[in-house]
Design a protein around this ligand. Structure first.
Ligand code: F7E
Length: 327
């Protein structure tokens, strides 16, 4: 039986990945930060067989302790401060957790592994935010990185540190450059879930409108459940490497709104949507679209859920949730 340790197990990706690994027969350990973290209950409900360990990416001895307990064959580093807008307000903390945190876990693995550099396989959650002011369209593994937010800068640090540990110590350390990926488990601060929740509530007469930022922004949006499969496949390869994971299609926030409102039979959605300067960002990432040819050919990975299916899946889940809480 293989063993895996997931940092950030309480997040959307951690939840999908833990179910995937459990379904493959893994013994799964999830690292959770903070005292009496309320998200632990969500994980327990979603994947009861995950063993919860407490630890923090900023506390290296807690990482070593977690490695000694979990004795993992694979470590998936999904823990991060991941909300881009927040990273301008908390740039140092984001740099420490999202950037230095990667070094802390890599170094903990190196110490834990002793002379056997290949003892633990490592996955780093890199991000399309690293491409920022895009230098090439579509973006691929070789595209010059030009991050546009403190979050993006921190992810670049983690990305290169992962490559450095692979090259310096021969560690099986891979990096997935994941474009936006969403699901009904997405946090409500991210635009897709903010919209799906609002549209469900507007359709049920529980809310009148929603305030958003730049609705012309475009993203390459996929389904988180598909993307965690790519993470796992990366660690099953003989050689560690970096891969772009994306759908290759890009849509505006406006288009997301079109499909979302249309799904609940509201065609004149403009009267329900306001733009509020407080949701605009100091710097925007304009046109993210990924070329995942390498992942498709080497890993045999393909996204299964289309953009429209993703939007309607999220709306349906929020309609259900809201109806249940109303009842
Ligand atoms: O914004 C625009 C906003 O916050 C998407 C994270 O998982 O993906 C995610 O980062 C776009 C931006 O995600 C609102 O300006 C308009 O252009 O959903 P988001 P993100 O910043 O793309 C990458 C790959 C990651 O790695 C990150 O961790 O939507 N937008 N109006 C808005 N965004 C938000 N949040 N709220 C609005 O009201």
């Amino acid at each position: 039986m293989k063993r895996a340790l997931i940092t950030g197990v309480t997040g959307q990706d951690g939840m999908y990945l833990s179910r995937l690994l459990l379904s493959k027969g893994y013994e799964v350990y999830g690292l959770v930060r903070g005292q009496n973290n309320p998200k632990i209950d969500l994980v327990r409900e979603w994947a009861p067989d995950v063993t919860i360990l407490t630890g923090d990416l900023l506390d290296q001895s807690s990482l070593l302790r977690a490695l000694n307990i979990a004795k993992p064959d694979e470590v998936y580093n999904l823990g991060a401060i991941s909300f881009v807008a927040y990273s301008w307000e908390n740039a140092q903390l984001t740099s420490q957790v999202t950037g230095l945190g990667v070094l802390n876990i890599l170094e903990a693995i190196r110490l834990y592994s002793g002379d056997d550099a290949s003892k633990v396989r490592f996955y780093q959650a890199s991000s399309s935010e690293m491409f920022g002011r895009v230098q090439e369209v579509p973006q691929r593994e070789t595209t010059l990185l030009w991050p546009r937010s403190p979050y993006g800068v921190a992810k670049v640090f983690g990305h290169y540190m992962t490559i450095n540990y692979r090259e310096s110590y021969g560690m099986h350390a891979s990096s997935g450059i994941l474009f936006n990926h969403e699901s009904p488990l997405r946090g409500p601060e991210f635009v897709t879930r903010k919209i799906s929740l609002a549209v469900a509530r507007i359709a049920l007469g529980l809310q009148e409108s929603v305030s958003l930022g730049n609705i012309e922004a475009k993203r390459d949006w996929g389904f988180a459940g598909d993307y965690v499969e790519a993470m796992w496949r990366m660690l099953q390869q003989d050689h560690a490497d970096d891969y772009v994971i994306s759908t290759g299609e890009t849509y505006s926030v406006q288009h997301f709104l079109d499909i979302a409102f249309n799904h609940v039979n509201i065609s004149d959605w403009e009267k329900h949507v306001f733009q509020d300067p407080k949701f605009f960002r100091p710097a925007e990432v304009d046109l993210l679209i990924g070329d995942s040819t390498k992942a498709r050919t080497t890993l045999g990975w393909e996204p299964q859920v289309s953009f429209e299916q993703l939007v309607t899946m999220m709306i349906d889940a929020d309609l259900e949730r809201e109806k249940r809480s109303k009842a």
